[in-house]
Design a protein around this ligand. Structure first.
Ligand code: 1GP
Length: 247
């Protein structure tokens, strides 16, 4: 039977108007020896999910990190892979990302075909996700690695139509991405316009660094936000956001 447990729990949370927060851990930037301390902070924060993945990660590193994180948390661990080598059976689910903002066949369908032989031997819950990269003022790792251009933030109708096309193709989630460390997060207008068109959950990430950014994203319609850099830079941010669900 196909496992849809995590996706169903996201749907349920969205129906209950809960605000979801994924903490992104990039194995390339994270020291495995810090796992216990970091995850303790995640566990006592408002985070609801842990994403693990990055644009450039050496083979095997993701698997070791997932195993270590799993020892210390009951939160769902979802792979957010930049490459097929980051897929590990030890996580709970996989965002099966198709970069539909770009026109690079490898990231639209090529890597996915390569992943299948690995996925056949795992119990991972596979969640198809439209991944939409939007310009954020600086060249991001996603842009460099995938050799695709982000979408213009000024052409909102094109972004909305792209997200809708992904949903019509059967994607279960939409992820609006400004890129890790983006100068500015995705704008409220873009989030609101995309959300109005979708009936599936909306994830927003990239450049979210403070409570104001979080509030803007949630109030504009993001069902889940993803934060990596702000926690990497300052772990006291976990404490700081404890009242964020009250926005
Ligand atoms: C990147 O959206 C995520 O893929 C998180 O971005 O590191 O800027 O929080 P930040």
């Amino acid at each position: 039977m196909v496992n849809t447990k995590i996706y169903q729990s996201i749907i349920k949370a969205v129906s209950a108007k809960e605000r979801l927060l994924a903490v992104l851990i990039d194995p390339d930037k994270f020291l495995i020896k810090n796992t216990f301390n970091f995850i303790e902070k995640v566990n006592t924060s408002i985070a609801t999910h842990i994403f693990i993945g990055g644009s450039l990660v050496d083979e095997g590193v993701t698997d070791s990190l997932v195993l270590e994180v799993k020892k210390h948390t009951n939160l769902p661990i979802i792979l957010f892979p930049g490459d097929v080598t980051q897929i590990t059976n030890n996580a709970d689910a996989l965002l099966f990302l198709s970069l539909i903002s770009g026109r690079q066949p490898e990231y639209l369908i090529g890597k996915h075909i390569q992943a299948v032989s690995k996925l056949r031997t795992t119990n991972l819950e596979v969640i198809s996700t439209s991944y939409i990269l939007i310009e954020s003022g600086k060249k991001t790792a996603v842009e460099k690695v995938t050799q695709t251009k982000p979408m213009s933030r000024d052409n909102i109708q094109h972004i909305v139509d792209t997200a809708k096309a992904g949903e019509l193709l059967g994607m279960k989630l939409t992820y609006l991405e400004a890129g890790s460390g983006a100068k500015a997060p995705i704008s409220k207008t873009i989030i609101r316009c995309v959300k109005e068109e979708l009936s599936t959950p909306l994830i927003v990430g990239g450049g979210i660094r403070n409570k104001e950014h979080m509030k803007n994203a949630y109030n504009a319609g993001a069902d889940m936000i993803v934060i990596g850099t702000a926690f990497e830079d300052d772990e006291s941010f976990f404490e700081d956001i404890k009242s964020s669900l009250l926005f």
